[in-house]
Write a protein that binds this ligand. Structure first.
Ligand code: ARG
Length: 397
């Protein structure tokens, strides 16, 4: 009996060719697994395509709920943005997919896991590190990294092996999409001076074509988890879907980042992440009201650490567990509601409220009702001003 490999299958040319290539090169039976983390794809037809190409079994798994609950929301609670810009949609889905593939490998008695990543990106590292952490006995096969075929050679390989290639040329872009956002690379985007063509955007309207009338929305959080949109309670998947819709319509969520890949390459990345951008901003607005100054400062630093760790594929690491424990603790009073105005690509805070607010109007006011003891302030001048004054004096000497 042949050994089995579990392949992360997308339905595209690379992973379709991979089914045949793995069977030919390694003599493995291939089980194709397509995992739905919220990209608009025709999963029944993807499932069938894998069988047509020669997979011995083809599965489709709807992992949207688990993705949101176990990966997206913990990252949101941490305000994780890689290099201050990228909400990490692709990076967050990789450990989830790896985990499911390892589970299926165990169920199917497979000895290998295969993925379609090339050797130049971050995704190969995320898959390899996660799979290896979860079960180091599993072999990892990465056909696109190993076969060394050009695009043309791949297409002729497909033709020779009776794999249907799309009539129209596949998109010149490399695209990955899930509920938390869409990543777009390659093609004309490789020229960092070229403005992205309007037609690459699918989730967001151009801010100039967005409605002239702003949309006000409210988002409610319970311990840092968004639970209601405009006062209506809903599950995480629906909330993100609806927010992608409305924020996208108002042109919110386009990102153009010169990104530092973990393999040492700088890369120009375009993202569309309407819901992620709005939710992270909104969550921070609420935190500003309920966390102390020191908690906020510390969390800011932790956020960056956490984002790097997610980006680098270290989701299943001890440090991630520790950071997550801190984040969970920090969220115990992050409950309340934020009002945002979406308008022509902007997402602007309009109001916030919380039963745990640390804002005290009696201390902040310049009007009547002030209870702040202003005679205490000279002491503060001393504390904050003295060190730099002393340093400046030393410098002048
Ligand atoms: N640069 C992003 C990241 O590393 C996006 C990767 C997109 N992946 C893809 N296969 N197109 O997370």
């Amino acid at each position: 009996m042949s050994e089995k490999a579990i392949l992360a299958y997308s339905g595209g040319l690379d992973t379709s060719v991979a089914i045949k290539w793995i069977a030919e090169k390694y003599g493995f039976d291939v089980v194709a697994v397509a995992i739905d983390v919220g990209s608009e794809k025709n999963y029944p037809s993807i499932r069938q395509r894998a069988l047509d190409v020669g997979a011995v079994k083809s599965l489709v798994i709807d992992a949207r709920e688990q993705f949101v609950k176990d990966y997206v929301f913990p990252a949101l609670q941490a305000n994780a943005l890689y290099e201050g810009e990228y909400p990490l949609a692709t990076a967050l889905a990789r450990p989830l997919i790896a985990n499911l593939l390892v589970d299926i490998a165990h169920q199917e008695g497979a000895t290998a896991i295969a993925h379609g990543c090339t050797g130049k990106g971050n995704d190969q590292v995320r898959f390899d590190v996660s799979i290896n952490t979860l079960d180091s006995d599993l072999k990892i096969i990465a056909p696109a990294r190993e076969w060394g075929m050009t695009r043309e050679e791949e297409i002729s390989y497909a033709k020779e092996h009776g794999i249907a290639t799309p009539v129209t040329m596949e998109s010149p872009y490399s695209i990955d999409e899930n509920l938390w956002g869409k990543s777009i690379e390659c093609g004309v985007l490789e020229d960092p001076w070229a403005e992205p063509p309007e037609d690459i955007y699918e989730l967001t309207r151009s801010p100039s074509d967005a409605p002239g009338v702003p949309l006000y929305i409210t988002i409610s959080f319970d311990k840092g988890i968004p639970t209601a949109l405009d006062g209506k309670e809903m599950d995480g998947v629906s909330l993100i879907e609806q927010l992608n819709e409305s924020a996208g319509m108002h042109g919110v969520g386009r990102i153009d980042n010169m990104e530092n890949r973990l393999v040492g390459i700088k890369s120009r990345e375009i993202y569309e992440a309407p819901a992620a951008v709005v939710l992270i901003k909104t969550h921070r607005v609420l935190e500003d009201m309920v966390l102390s100054r020191n908690q906020l400062r510390f969390k800011e630093r932790l956020s960056q650490e956490y984002a790097d760790l997610i980006y680098d594929g270290l989701w299943f690491s001890s440090l991630r567990d520790d950071l997550a424990a801190f984040v969970t603790s920090s969220q115990r009073f992050v409950t309340g509601t934020v009002m945002m105005k979406l308008h022509k690509g902007n997402c602007i805070v309009a109001g916030r409220k919380s039963p745990y607010s640390l804002y005290d109007v009696r201390l902040a006011t310049y009007d009547e009702g002030d209870v702040f003891d202003q005679s205490a302030s000279p002491g503060f001048i001393h504390i904050w001003g003295l060190p730099s004054r002393t340093q400046r004096r030393v410098q002048l000497q």
